[in-house]
Ligand binder design. Structure first.
Ligand code: FAD
Length: 422
């Protein structure tokens, strides 16, 4: 059923490049509006970065990654093998322009502004997913559990005060918790957590892979096409791109949408726009809970900054940011270093690791995505660069791109998310 609209948009042939959660949502919203959509990706839907995240639709996560104290972490990034934010030496020259912008995005005035701008997108994050969940009867994947952050010391808890203040100021719910309340919410946690915050508006995707599968299935049922091909270049007429060339064929379209995650810049460059996009790589380990109640919701262990998320296929431990580009081999040492801390936080956790995984958060230096029309071609749209909140904002991004392509009035100013802001 098409989205409500004052008029039906003219049906267009659309190619969405990338079948991560952002491309899937975008393709699905466009198909619902009556366009004829093909999503192109050599990987199966949702099996890249969108596979392995912590599963949180993190409505209140509007605080950027770079904050006023981040510059002090630079020596640690380079020299401390256990740092939460790690930069590989070999990648430093390539990363420097991004890194400089990243650090300036952490100035106090910028942090406040970025949070305000992200809040405009985030506040509709859950409701945008709900449109799809309700329309396609997807009932057992997304749960209204909220999420919890816990700390064993007051000093560590206090470090999150600025973020909590911004969240509260922007109207997101933050409930401060003490030892008893934490224990009531999560009886499986060790009894050392004395301080915490509960974020009740956040939802939990208990299997990001199943959510991608469900959206892909709905898309195909509506008549959409998924092509297992890699886009290698574009062909142009006198004024604009008219065909995407892949490793297996050529596909003409009226509209092209780039949702290729951390690889998006390779495609935007082919379309005349260089975007300051890089990747904040992130790892996960999958474990089983062997004793005790486990967890009911994703829980951040504040001191070390890792997340334990009780997924349908096991307890997922996610942690850290590694700045090393999309081509460097994985280095699982830091996530394995977290294992003893994870066991100390959740004593029922078993020892056996059933999966180790690396993903590529597509990240702009200011933690804001790129959403909107290409500055070069009016038939090209961008939806990428969502960093730590791509699952969160995937459905909202799809709605907005659909509104743009379908010529509807937007109820939001997208200029803070334009590609050419750096
Ligand atoms: C450890 C970790 C934890 C996270 N936790 C959360 C969380 O709790 N909540 C949250 O909101 N976000 C979280 N994220 C972030 C989130 O996972 C990402 O922002 C999101 O998955 C990005 O989705 P995407 O569709 O943009 O990219 P991807 O899922 O990476 O998809 C991009 C796709 O584009 C395809 N592609 C690339 N080049 C081409 C080409 N030339 N032709 C065709 N296809 C191409 C790729 O094959 C890929 O499938 C986490 C990330 C990590 C790493």
């Amino acid at each position: 059923m098409p989205q409500e609209s004052s008029r039906q948009p003219e049906s267009k042939r659309v190619i969405v490049i990338g079948a991560g959660i952002v491309g899937l949502c975008t393709g699905l919203f466009l198909q619902r509006s009556g366009h004829s959509v093909a999503i192109v990706d050599p990987k199966s839907p949702g099996r890249s970065t969108s596979f392995g995240n912590a599963g949180t639709i993190a409505v209140g996560s509007v605080y950027p990654v770079s904050t006023p104290g981040t510059w002090k972490q630079v020596p640690g990034m380079l020299f401390d093998p256990a740092a939460a934010l790690k930069l590989r030496w070999s990648y430093l020259p390539k990363m420097t322009p991004w890194l400089l912008r990243f650090l300036t995005s952490g100035m106090p005035s910028r942090v406040e502004q970025i949070s305000r701008e992200l809040a405009l997108l985030n506040r509709d994050a859950v409701s945008a997913h709900e449109v799809l969940l309700k329309a396609y009867d997807i009932n057992d994947i997304v749960k209204p559990t909220g999420w919890l952050k816990v700390y064993s010391t007051k000093a560590a808890f206090d470090k999150g005060a600025a973020e909590r203040a911004v969240q509260t100021r922007l109207g997101f719910k933050v409930e401060i918790m003490g030892e008893d309340e934490i224990r009531q919410l999560e009886p499986g946690l060790a009894h050392k957590f004395l301080h915490g915050s509960f974020h009740p508006e956040n939802a939990f995707v208990t299997s990001p892979a199943k959510l991608s599968d469900a959206y892909a299935e709905a898309f195909v049922k509506l008549g959409g096409t998924i092509l297992a091909e890699r886009v290698t270049r574009f062909e142009f007429d006198d004024v604009r791109p008219v065909r995407a060339v892949t490793d297996l064929g050529m596909h003409g379209a009226d509209i092209f949408v780039i949702c290729a995650g951390a690889w998006s810049n390779r495609l935007t460059q082919m379309l005349g726009t260089d975007v300051l996009l890089d990747t904040e790589r992130g790892y996960h380990l999958n474990l089983n809970v062997e004793a005790g109640p486990g967890l009911r919701r994703p829980t951040v262990i504040g001191e070390q900054g890792f997340v334990l998320a009780p997924m349908q296929d096991g307890m997922r431990l996610t942690s850290g940011v590694e700045l090393a580009g999309v081509d460097a081999p994985p280095d699982f040492r830091r996530i394995y270093n977290m294992l003893p801390h994870a066991k100390a936080a959740l004593p029922g956790l078993g020892d056996e690791v059933t999966r180790e995984w690396l993903g590529y958060r597509p990240s702009m230096p200011d933690s804001k995505p790129v959403i909107g029309r290409s500055p070069k071609f009016n038939n090209v749209f961008f939806g990428f660069g969502h960093g730590h909140i791509g699952l969160t904002l995937s459905a909202r991004t799809g709605q907005l791109i659909d509104d743009l392509v379908s010529g509807r009035d937007l109820n939001i100013d997208l200029s803070p998310f334009r590609a050419e802001r750096f």
